[in-house]
Design a protein around this ligand. Structure first.
Ligand code: D5M
Ligand code: FE
Ligand code: ZN
Length: 630
């Protein structure tokens, strides 16, 4: 079997294992050799890195096949090699993946690979699969015996720099303060630097820009641990943040499960993190299993009591935090509900608006570097921003746009999913950013570009994603007109609070609710109800950071997302929610999953009047698709 490994794979193995003075069992080597054969090189290298990390961390001196399996699972879990319809099981369908790969490879390599894959599949099935890191099950267990006690673990547990493994290009850890200072500096630079002919006018405008942007939140690079303590701290942080919001919403007292005594109740609530829900056997109600910080208990939600209750029950996702009004308590561990309250936005709220007319332009998913990057359409967009269209009306709109907000997937990246190389035109991420920077440098200097990473950018593969790595996107960092923040991030422009999130998980949430992506606006507003950008753990790669940065703590006036490649707009309790279209054409992968992208679509929103324009950049130029006041 060793002979099947090519020179390259052997040299990788040698480097890794020589350095670590580790032995490798023949069956482990066997699995690796097949993985080398059937996976793209970049994925194989990630697997080797992950393995090296495990060896280092667990002090392993002999690598067994289960170590290899774990490493493979972790890496595949991060990549798109996941089966498309993953069930609730945290296990990635590794046998499915191998099976598919075998079928594919059989065509190329003939029967030998088939035999070896089969034997490996067999071996894997013999070994009980271990629980993945960051899995739902890990979370479940952690929550069960950990949320039930209020003590946080000491912070010392955050010493494993996991990101070192998952992101070779990691930057030094920055403090939020440092980032803020840097961003203010960048904006100040705009104020002093003068370009173009009308220098005085530009510099005056830049002064205004400087005065009108405040970075409310950007997530710095983090160190990470997959220990139970890390999960515990993460979920406690989520619970506590949402409890604070719920405390304002409920019109009664909140009690802890410790104080649940049998009897009837009024104006009394428990606040739980949902573990699971199901329709009760009688079909007339729902059952929720949830935790507060003391214990796990069951809640029965009678649908006949209030027609709203069924609708509310349907909206609950796992790991959301909700308040339940208690009708009665049957036993210490069984509550009958009379109402469900979501953290949500307040019903009555004054939406912030700018005191002067100013517009933001929102675009996402440029995917520079993809064969499908719609260069011509993007050039029409830049022309529009330069006020160089044939339409005086459009040029006037462009003149009022002061901020260009790009919500992720700026470039296509490299090795983001298996077989991506077939879709790539530019194979090096640094060059992809360089080309993007070239385009962005053509935008007039009196406009500020604010950009965040998406799952294709050079940041972590988990959310939250720190700002794009400077090492890869140096060309962007060199532009004083570009400000890069994390995903998610919050800025305040002219007093208007804007939450930026790439949108990872939207496709999964839509799937859970049976909503087609064309109707994504039906689920985007749900994020505001849950006050969380992706509540159900495990839908997408998520990091158990010390603090849950995905909780929507401050009430946003505007929530901007991309990712789904479909333009949408919605409004919930005064907050505008937009998803941008894409500047990437339909890829084979997207065709497979049945996505119909709105290509070349972008939005322009006035922060004073909340007039919204949805427009399309196409071969002819810029066409306004829709105008409305939102
Ligand atoms: O996402 C491109 C499109 O693919 C977008 O509509 C979301 C969808 N997408 C992304 N990841 C997944 C997974 N894992 N399953 C199903 N659909 C997905 P992009 O991020 O640009 O590749
Ligand atoms: Fe995208
Ligand atoms: Zn994306």
């Amino acid at each position: 079997m060793v002979s099947k490994l090519s020179k390259c794979a052997l040299s990788i193995l040698e480097i890794v294992f020589e350095k670590l003075k580790t032995n490798i069992t023949p069956d482990a080597l066997n699995i690796l050799s097949v993985m080398f054969e059937i996976l793209p090189k970049s994925l194989f290298e990630e697997i080797m890195k992950q393995l090296a990390y495990r060896v280092e961390r667990h002090n392993i001196s002999v690598i067994d096949k289960s170590d290899v399996q774990d490493a493979i699972k972790s890496v595949l879990y991060e990549s798109r090699a996941l089966p498309k319809t993953r069930t609730k099981s945290p296990m990635i369908g590794i046998s499915e993946i191998l099976e598919k790969a075998t079928k594919r490879e059989n065509k190329k390599h003939g029967r030998e690979t088939e035999a070896s894959c089969k034997s490996i599949l067999h071996q894997m099935e013999q070994t009980p699969q271990q629980v993945l890191e960051f899995s739902v099950e890990t979370r479940g267990r952690v929550k069960e015996n950990v949320l039930a006690s209020k003590q946080r673990q000491p912070e010392a547990s955050y010493e494993e720099p996991l990101n070192k493994i998952f992101n070779a290009h990691i930057r030094e850890e920055d403090s939020t303060e440092k980032l803020r200072a840097a961003s203010i500096e960048a904006i100040q630079e705009k104020a002093v630097e003068t370009v173009g002919t009308d220098k005085a006018a530009f510099s005056k405008k830049r002064d205004q820009i400087k005065a009108s942007v405040r970075i409310v939140k950007t997530v710095p690079w983090y160190n990470l641990s997959d220990s139970p303590e890390a999960f515990r701290a993460y979920f406690l942080s989520r619970y506590e943040k949402l409890l604070k919001i719920l405390e304002k919403n409920v019109g009664g007292r909140i009690i802890e499960s410790l104080d649940l005594k049998p009897g009837e109740y009024q104006d009394t609530y428990v606040v739980i993190m949902v573990d699971s829900k199901e329709i009760a056997k009688n079909g007339k109600g729902g059952l929720i299993v949830g935790d507060d910080t003391y214990s796990r208990f069951k809640i029965y939600v009678p649908f006949d009591a209030d027609p709203d209750l069924k609708a509310k029950f349907d909206r609950i996702l796992e790991d959301t935090v909700i308040a339940v009004e208690i009708k009665s308590v049957k036993s210490e561990r069984f509550v009958i509900a009379s109402n469900i309250i979501f953290p949500d936005l307040p019903r009555v709220r004054t939406r912030n608006k700018s005191t002067e007319p100013t517009k933001i332009l929102v675009a996402a998913d440029l995917h520079v570097g993809s064969k499908q990057f719609m260069k011509d359409r993007f050039e029409r967009l830049i022309e529009f921003l330069r006020g160089e269209t044939k339409s005086p009306e459009l040029n006037e709109i462009a003149g009022e746009i002061e901020y260009i907000i790009l919500v992720g997937d700026l470039v296509d990246g490299v090795g983001i999913y298996p077989q991506q190389k077939d879709e790539l035109a530019i194979f090096d991420q640094k060059s992809q950013y360089r080309i993007l920077a070239e385009y962005l440098s053509k935008i007039p200097d009196d406009k500020l570009v604010i950009a965040i990473p998406g799952n294709h950018d050079a940041s972590t593969r988990f959310i939250p994603q720190p700002p794009i790595s400077e090492k890869f996107a140096d060309a962007l960092y060199d532009l004083s007109t570009v400000q890069i923040l994390s995903n998610p991030a919050m800025v305040e422009i002219h007093g208007v609070k804007i939450l930026l999130y790439h949108g990872q998980g939207l496709e999964r949430i839509a799937g859970l609710f049976g909503v087609k992506l064309e109707n994504v606006h039906e689920v985007t507003t749900e994020l505001l109800r849950w006050r969380h950008l992706c509540p159900q753990w495990g839908l997408i790669p998520q990091a158990p950071t010390q603090e849950d940065h995905l909780v929507i703590e401050e009430e946003p006036d505007i929530l901007l997302m991309g990712h789904v490649h479909i333009s949408s707009h919605a409004r919930h309790r005064g907050t505008v929610v937009l998803t941008a279209g894409s500047f990437e054409g339909l890829t084979a992968w997207q065709r497979d999953i049945g996505i119909v992208p709105t290509i070349g679509y972008f939005s322009v929103l006035d922060l004073q009047s909340y007039d919204l324009i949805i427009a399309e950049a196409n071969e002819k130029g810029i066409e306004i698709v829709k105008s409305l006041r939102i």
